[in-house]
Design a protein around this ligand. Structure first.
Ligand SMILES: [Zn+2]
Length: 594
């Protein structure tokens, strides 16, 4: 059983101070000068690990209610310090666990007062669950009310603009104890809630800084600024539908004065830090991992802001494919959904993404209801959110050179193909289409993928492998396989060989075994049964993310006499991955999602 792990502002600083002072660290954690101070004089703390010239920037709690991003980063730093996991001679990792310390204090001090009602750990978990449930109910109520909005019914309006259930949980909190040591910060937020008629409960899920500005939205090219100017009062979505985003408040407000944009201090310090780092001799910012916490998603697509692209002479297609490949590596461990669009709520990161290395924005946890909802199930938080994302981080850093080489390789292939296609008056392909095609080919021919990966890692191209792959891609294109993604491996094998061979037969039996194994377990837990088609699709997706598993499986099943022990091991491994994916509500048809 994992512990209920809620860390307020003081807890975070203490945990990290212990880590800095730990003499048993494999990789030392160094506390650097803060990036700077916020308007209310709070330091934006900066920690560093490693001495390499290649830098990776890691940020948490840009949105302060997303406190689990900071808790995750604390765990990540502890794991890397105590057990290693990247090459500190090659890389330096810059951690900024709390970009928005004012907001972190605003939201956690409210939660401190709420959780103080509990005496035991179980009681705290119960309070977190109540919070989670109220918040979820608010989301459902708002969604339903929004559907009926056309009717202009007064009760509908009341649901949308009125006080939420989660806010009511904080009704009896005594504000005398709130932000006692930060009187100016307190005055600022109390003034904001008074001015707008909000309840004190909105402080519990505060996402902005002390001036009520959402740091992620605080970017001059945020197109919403013009929209808010034109449309008058604008309200946030779902749970925050009673909160205005065109005036300073708890969430989504881009700047203090819509007619006169200014950067908040936190963003000025972030921009300065990145600029200075990049302009340090021999140093490069290779990647930027920006952790948020909205329902297990990965944002990776760079925005097409021409002025940034032109100003800094950015190779947009390189960015596009590098970010996508980076996201695929992260996804192979956490199994979150890769979003194929830009994040409409994170403009400052879109700028970072264009400017500073491979930029992946990971939205941790599928539980929702920030800040304490995701902590209401400590086991899930530890095993499904923290651990897989630590693995994802390590894998990302260790695969970074490969991600870059692989992206270059694909872009070269696209270039060669398109030249040829242009000459034949055929339509032009984009890099991601070719990537998917290579993915499909690698599933069919996993040894090729393993070989390719090795060669790209060693930057030692073997002309035969490339030519062979080129040939396979061309054949696939001729067979119009490019849109064939959803077809399962089994079906594709049959399609390719036109007969049910020994491998297909064994593979089918293998899948049926796994389905039986999983269903036996589900019967015991009184859950819906899974069918083999769904599982097959799931295994397919897993094989794409872990080609090594598929290679091993295929090798074994193709043998005259497969080794039962290895097959059994693979069954257990895959069952575990499938169960994780189901827990993460991932990759499955709607039926199982509930
Ligand atoms: Zn966020």
């Amino acid at each position: 059983m994992a512990k209920f792990e809620y860390l307020n502002y003081k807890d975070v600083n203490e945990r990290l101070a212990n880590l800095v002072n730990n003499t048993n660290s494999k990789i030392k954690v160094v506390k650097k000068e803060p990036l700077g101070y916020t308007d209310f004089k709070l330091p934006i703390e900066h920690y560093r690990m490693g001495q390499g010239l290649k830098h990776i920037v890691v940020t948490g709690s840009y949105h302060s209610a997303e406190i689990i991003t900071t808790i995750f980063i604390v765990h990540l730093m502890e794991e890397l310090a105590l057990n290693g996991g990247f090459n500190p001679k090659e890389y330096t990792i810059d951690f900024i666990p709390i970009v928005n310390p004012e907001g972190y204090l605003i939201t956690t001090q409210m939660q401190d007062l709420y959780l103080a009602k509990a005496n035991t750990e179980d009681e705290k978990i119960k309070l977190a669950k109540d919070y989670w449930a109220a918040y979820k109910q608010d989301a459902v109520n708002t969604l339903n009310a929004n559907k009926m909005l056309k009717k202009e019914d007064l009760t509908v309006i009341n649901i949308l603009r009125g006080k939420k259930e989660y806010e009511a949980l904080f009704d009896d909190v005594n504000l005398d104890d709130y932000l006692k040591d930060y009187p100016e910060l307190k005055e600022s937020v109390v003034e904001i809630i008074k001015k707008n008629g909000y309840s004190a409960g909105v402080l519990a899920a505060w996402t902005a800084n002390g001036h009520g500005i959402d740091l992620s939205q605080n970017a001059p090219f945020n197109s919403l600024i013009e929209k808010y100017k034109k449309n008058g009062p604008c309200y946030s979505g779902t749970v925050y539908s009673n909160i205005r985003k065109d005036v300073p408040g708890p969430i989504n407000t881009p700047c203090r004065d819509l007619n006169n944009f200014t950067f908040e201090a936190e963003n000025k310090h972030m921009l300065n830090f990145l600029w200075n780092l990049e302009h340090t001799k021999d140093v490069s910012i290779e990647a930027f991992l920006n952790y948020h916490s909205v329902m297990g998603k990965i944002y990776q697509k760079p925005i097409e802001e021409d002025w940034v692209v032109n100003l800094y002479d950015i190779d947009y297609s390189k960015k596009l494919i590098e970010n996508y490949n980076g996201a695929r590596v992260i996804r192979s461990e956490n199994a979150y959904d890769i979003i194929e669009d830009v994040d409409p709520f994170n403009y400052i990161n879109e700028y970072f993404r264009l400017r500073y290395g491979i930029n992946i924005q990971v939205e941790l946890s599928r539980m929702g209801s920030n800040p304490i909802g995701p902590l209401a199930d400590p086991d899930t938080f530890m095993n499904i959110t923290v651990k897989p994302n630590i693995e994802a981080f390590k894998k990302f850093v260790n695969d970074l050179e490969f991600i870059k080489e692989y992206s270059k390789f694909i872009n070269n292939l696209v270039f060669l193909f398109n030249n040829k296609r242009k000459n034949n008056n055929e339509s032009i392909l984009d890099s991601k289409e070719v990537y998917r095609l290579i993915d499909n080919i690698c599933c069919k021919t996993p040894t090729l993928y393993t070989k390719l990966k090795e060669e790209l890692k060693n930057k030692n191209y073997n002309a035969h492998v490339i030519t062979y792959l080129f040939h396979l891609i061309e054949t696939s294109l001729e067979n119009k396989e490019i849109k064939e993604e959803s077809e399962s491996i089994k079906k594709r094998v049959i399609y390719a060989s036109n007969s049910v061979d020994k491998f297909t037969e064994r593979y089918t039996a293998f899948i049926n075994d796994i389905v039986d194994r999983l269903n036996k377990d589900r019967v015991a837990k009184k859950q819906d049964l899974l069918n083999s088609d769904e599982i097959e699709l799931l295994i397919d997706n897993i094989c794409k993310d872990y080609p090594e598993i598929y290679t091993k499986l295929k090798f074994e099943l193709n043998k005259e006499e497969p080794n039962e022990e290895i097959i059994n091991e693979l069954e257990i491994h895959l069952s575990r991955l499938i169960n994780n994916q189901i827990k993460m509500l991932n990759l499955l048809p709607n039926k199982i999602r509930n």
